[in-house]
Design a protein around this ligand. Structure first.
Ligand SMILES: [Zn+2]
Length: 298
């Protein structure tokens, strides 16, 4: 439940039935934790695959989870699931899982998912992995009790993976490679190891930007950058001195929730070592689960 509260903005709603002895769909709710690993929020063995049954399980999920509703639900495109989602979670966006997608139409899948925040679901292995895993033991369980034990073991295995990742994130000392050591050090201290590696790529790319100067209007500086080799696209990045806010017109922050290259470039020019708190997402931090909000945050 704590995992769902923290990481349940994007929820994969998946059912496996083909290899299921009970001839009943087993529904799995999963997502991604701060280490970009699969987190399992819950299971349900359903009576059938009808819309009203899916509706019932979704209503229960929301109810059990203190009415927290996901903003994105990922499915394999099942029609009944779709109808139930539209009914119970009308404001949630519905995405098709990349894995099922790619089987049908690879090109469309990549363009469709590009530029939309999907908490790692663009990597297609996630849905496939959990499905294969569950299908494997569904075949071998004979009683309901055995099934419950197996599911319990799955959850424990996933938790164990998280403990290992948390350990490595805590005791990880990176070798600085970006040339912007202080920013890199700050990022390595706050982010989990897997997210830090992505952020580090962005910091490293700062050198590929050409500055086109800056304009200052009142307390806001507007930087202009060109990417080497792509002289057509000029990026404008705003830095608000008083609010300590950085915004870029590439909108990578709002779509991917990752501080992007242009933001680090402004930090370099402004001599900032710390990423503004408005650009730090709890769900990518080492201490995501022991989070203490800063008093200065409004
Ligand atoms: Zn940008």
């Amino acid at each position: 439940m704590a995992d769902y509260k923290l990481f349940g903005d994007v929820v994969v709603f998946d059912a496996t039935y083909c290899s299921n002895k009970y001839k009943k769909p087993l529904v799995v709710f999963s997502g991604s934790n701060h280490h970009k690993q699969t987190a399992i929020f819950g299971f349900a063995l359903l009576e059938d695959e009808e819309v009203h049954t899916y509706r019932w399980v979704l209503l229960n999920l929301v109810d059990v989870m203190d009415n927290k509703k996901p903003s994105v639900v990922v499915t394999d495109g099942d029609k009944a699931m779709r109808a139930a989602i539209a009914d119970v979670l009308p404001s949630a966006r519905h995405w098709l899982c990349g894995w099922h997608f790619e089987k049908n139409c690879v090109f469309w899948a990549t363009t469709y998912l590009w530029g939309t925040f999907c908490a790692g679901y663009r990597t297609t292995s996630r849905c496939e992995g959990i499905n294969a895993f569950i299908k494997g033991f569904l075949k071998s369980t004979n009683s309901l009790l055995e099934l419950v034990h197996s599911l319990d073991r799955v959850v424990k295995d996933y938790r164990n993976n998280e403990v290992t990742a948390q350990f490595y994130s805590t005791y990880y000392t990176p070798v600085f490679i970006t040339g912007l050591d202080k920013i890199e050090l700050f990022a390595s201290k706050i982010y989990t190891r897997s997210f830090f590696k992505e952020v580090r790529k962005q910091i490293k790319e700062v050198g590929s930007l050409l500055s086109m100067g800056k304009d200052t209007i009142s307390t806001t500086s507007v930087y202009k950058f060109l990417t080497m080799g792509n002289r057509r696209s000029v990026r404008r990045v705003l830095y608000d001195l008083t609010e300590f806010k950085i915004e870029c017109d590439c909108h990578m922050w709002s779509s991917e929730s990752i501080p992007y290259i242009h933001i680090f470039c402004v930090m370099k020019y402004e001599g900032l070592d710390e990423i503004p708190s408005s650009l730090i997402l709890r769900q990518w931090c080492k201490d995501a689960k022991e989070w203490t909000p800063k008093e200065t945050e409004g």
